[in-house]
Design a protein around this ligand. Structure first.
Ligand code: 13P
Length: 253
């Protein structure tokens, strides 16, 4: 009952021409896929162009970040309303690169989440533990903290617009994917936590994506896990063939 989502986070890659070239290749490669929600997140400067190219296709647009305020003296920032205006369905927030490289804290991420919910945009909310936290036995505490504070004050109704992406930091860009069992363990914990913080309906309706070195060779295994509802893909989303193969994963069974 949860529609799988495969989302490509292009991070800081690709010019306008390269971005439009990538989606132009991707469109026919995923055109027959009616069962998966397919999303791409280009850099801000390519959003408008990519929106134009994917119009009428089954690919949706996401932004990689936003600022929580609607307008004002916030040099260099982009608001939820502007992202909606350019054609975004979703906005990624809480990515570990934002947390680690730009010092974003749970409270600020929560401010973005609330602003996006009010603006009527979908949210791809990223969480995940570092290797140190995992090895120190703090993984579940970290995930709990990120969810409790990151989604604070979002109502059960607003949770319908939230997709959670579990991205263990040690698996991002390292080629070390979490095993199917490790992903399932974290996802099951997250779902149980949603039942505790909200209710069973929210827990069973919320999609939980896995992210961290997802490739054509490991997506099928990950998707066999009952609580893995899709993937947030970095490096492999920069290549149309690879990303199409991931989006066209072979369903379990
Ligand atoms: P990689 O797929 O390159 O490991 O990146 C994962 C990620 O950070 C997606 O948001």
């Amino acid at each position: 009952m949860r529609t799988p989502m495969i989302a490509g986070n292009w991070k800081l890659h690709k010019t306008l021409q390269e971005s439009s070239g990538l989606v132009t290749e991707l469109i026919p490669a995923v055109a027959d896929n009616r069962t998966v929600e397919i999303v791409v997140a280009p850099v801000y400067t390519a959003l408008s162009k990519v929106a134009e190219v994917i119009a009428g296709s089954n690919i949706k647009l996401a932004a990689q970040n936003c600022h929580p305020e609607a307008q004002g003296a916030f040099t260099g920032e982009v608001s939820p309303a502007l992202l909606k205006d350019v054609g975004c369905h979703y906005v990624i927030i809480g990515h570990s690169e934002r947390r680690q490289l730009f010092g974003e804290k749970d409270e600020f991420i929560n401010h973005k989440a609330r602003a996006l919910a009010v603006a009527g945009l979908g949210i791809i909310f990223c969480i995940g533990e570092t290797l140190e936290e995992r090895e120190g036995g703090q993984m579940f505490d970290v995930l709990r903290r990120q969810i409790r504070y990151g989604l604070k004050q979002l109502s059960a109704d607003q949770m319908a617009g939230v997709v959670i992406a579990y991205e263990p930091v040690w698996a991002i860009g390292t080629g070390k994917t979490a095993s199917d069992v490790q992903a399932q363990e974290a996802h099951a914990f997250i779902r149980a936590l949603l039942a505790e913080l909200y209710n069973v309906q929210v827990a069973s309706a919320t999609r939980i994506l896995y992210g961290g070195s997802v490739k054509p060779g490991n997506i099928d295994g990950l998707m066999t896990q009952p609580d893995v509802d899709g993937a947030l893909v970095g490096g492999a989303s920069l290549n149309a063939d690879d990303f199409a193969r991931i989006a066209n994963f072979q369903p379990p069974g």
